[in-house]
Design a protein around this ligand. Structure first.
Ligand SMILES: [Zn+2]
Length: 262
């Protein structure tokens, strides 16, 4: 297991608002990794489901570890499975389920199923609103349709791994939603993201990994986990002219507020 030494904190300050701890890439190290993270500064993780099975796996991890919380949902990349959103609704009654996600639109992988994706996205938003849960939104190459649906339904939640423009970020913020920023901010080709990172108000910023993917620099390409977040926080701190500790504290506070965690 690789744990970057410079990311080990004395205090538990890290709240990773978006992870996939059930991913098969963690299978051989999961039982060692999760307790290690908790001892190295990670205070909370939202692990997100992508279909019915991974949503159940997320709930099982949340049951096993106090500092892990689950989001349940059907990801747009899983649209071909034809799973029923009502099954997601049934999983929401679990006491460690704090959100519906990850849900949304992906026109990079499944553009030919755009209509089905939109239907499933709307259906899961309606469930979230009924249950008063926040949503965790995936938007890949589908900015316009994502924004239109969010404007129409006005759910609470976060657009995770934000990849839109500053203008889109402003629209999302107007809806009262949060913006999730992860390791991509440390990449040289991050283009618009530093400008977005500058304009998000303190009370609407979330930090995340999307692990096992998107490890921040200088570890890009490595198997990522929540312990890498101090590197992302350092970059955000540089852009926003504050300390990395400030970023960790405010993003942890925001995650607890959005996901109603004590
Ligand atoms: Zn994700």
């Amino acid at each position: 297991m690789e744990y970057p030494k410079e990311c080990i904190l004395d205090e538990p300050l890290i709240f990773d608002s978006h992870a996939h701890l059930d991913d098969a890439k963690f299978d051989s190290i999961r039982d060692e990794l999760i307790p290690a993270m908790s001892g190295c500064g990670v205070m909370g993780i939202i692990t997100c489901g992508c279909d019915i099975n991974s949503s159940k796996a997320a709930l099982m991890l949340a049951e096993k570890y106090d500092f892990i919380y689950a989001a349940v949902g059907i990801h747009p990349q899983e649209i071909s499975k034809g799973e029923n959103a009502d099954e997601i609704k049934a999983l929401c009654s679990h006491k460690k389920c704090v959100a519906i996600g990850e849900i949304g639109l992906d026109y990079y992988w499944e553009k030919d199923k755009a209509e089905e994706q939109k239907e499933l996205f709307k259906k899961q938003i309606i469930i979230a609103k009924e249950l008063d849960l926040p949503i965790i939104v995936h938007d890949r190459d589908a900015h316009e349709d994502t924004l239109n649906i969010l404007k129409a339904y006005k759910p609470k939640g976060v657009v995770h791994c934000f990849s839109g423009s500053v203008e889109m970020a402003k629209e999302i913020l107007k809806l009262g939603m949060y913006i999730g920023i992860g390791g991509v901010i440390t990449f040289k080709n991050a283009k618009k993201l530093p400008d977005v990172a500058q304009i998000v108000p303190d009370d609407k910023l979330l930090i995340e990994t999307d692990c096992p993917y998107l490890a921040p620099e200088p570890y890009r390409g490595r198997l990522c986990h929540s312990g890498y977040i101090p590197l992302t926080a350092a970059k955000l701190a540089e852009i926003r002219g504050v300390s990395a500790e400030d970023i960790l504290k405010l993003t942890a506070k925001n995650a607890k507020t959005l996901f109603a965690i004590e």
